[in-house]
Design a binder for this molecule. Sequence first.
Ligand SMILES: [Zn+2]
Length: 240
Amino acid sequence: MAYRSTQGIVLSRTDYRENDRMLTLLSPEFGRVDALCRGCRKPKSPLMTAGELFCMGEYVLYTQGGRQIVTACSVIEAFYPLRLNYSRLSYGAMMLSAALKSAQPGEPAAHLYILLARSLRRLAYQDVPAKQVGTAFLLHLAAIGGFKPRLNHCVRCGRRMGEGEAGSLLPQEGGICCTSCCNRDPYRHRISAPGLQWLRQVLSQGIDRTENAPEEAPYALLAEYVAYHIDGQLLPVTDE
Ligand SMILES: [Zn+2]
């Protein structure tokens, strides 16, 4: 089958020759897909939007000599408003880079695809603070990737922690540690009781159904946690 069609989101793009680009798409069916997008840098190219970062569309791919070529794309969403706010753009770029490191060629990635599409929509079109969207994205990415942090029981003593308890999120130990077990661990891993309770709600109910989001979502903690597990730094973000 020389032609195949798949939904995709552009995770990265590299200019190639005079008017072309190499794209890396996230596909729900095929995981990470590299595809050449010919002519997409020409101002009047029908593939101009299809070759931009964040673009979500129905891509038609043609296989030729072991290489995939984008022959057509019907754009579903370009997430244009992301480009108007530098902070939101930086969180969006961080999400693309984290998805790029998590997805594998040929491995279906339906959950990751849905998570990325929903998170980009929230960033582009909703009032939810970018830091909360980014934190929730990383938490669900960890769950999908099989390294979901333990948030209810202390990773060291095994005790069930109460709703009003603060703790430390320890990347190497895979979850939360109670204050009596972690008083010698670095201060940067500390998380407040409301911050921790919010993470539990995000994980069990999704970000839309959480109450009492903390003033400052624990983004840096989640970024360190995920970077440790995917073995690579995430792109830095800028706050509003
Ligand atoms: Zn403990």
